[in-house]
Write a protein that binds this ligand. Sequence first.
Ligand SMILES: [Fe+2]
Length: 169
Amino acid sequence: MTPKAESYLQRLFVSGLKEAYYAKKKIARAFPEIAGIPEAKTVSEAFKIQQQQTERHIERLERVFSQLRISAQSNICPAIDGLIEQRSWIVEDYRDTQAIDAGLLAAVRAVHHYEIALYQTLVSWARELGNMDAADLLKITLQEEQEAEATLASLAERDANTRALEIAA
Ligand SMILES: [Fe+2]
């Protein structure tokens, strides 16, 4: 059987899905490690909720893969590795200080921003390809990402950043 012809955009789309799959799995592994660190219960609760959301995001990507009749695979994504790696110095240097929540929120917000950019692209490519089912599924995740980012922004601006104003030891 000859392979089905596909557009470059379809190829880009599938590569993007694999990148998202890698990123989501990496994020799902990172959340439990950081959820117990924040000083404020509101911050650790927000991380826990977002961890559960990430599991649903993974399932949603698996639905898109199965709808495309391809196996769910990851494409290594050094960008997300770097964004997650970045949090290690925040934890090392600021754990047990009044700045830990401000630092962690900044790190996780950067991850959400990366995901928002990725999912915005995936939604528009899915639409361009006429794959409205995929576009709708990816749009749900995109909206949750945007809400998650807004939640963390408000936790930072209403409380965590102010606490970090404490004079450094
Ligand atoms: Fe996210």
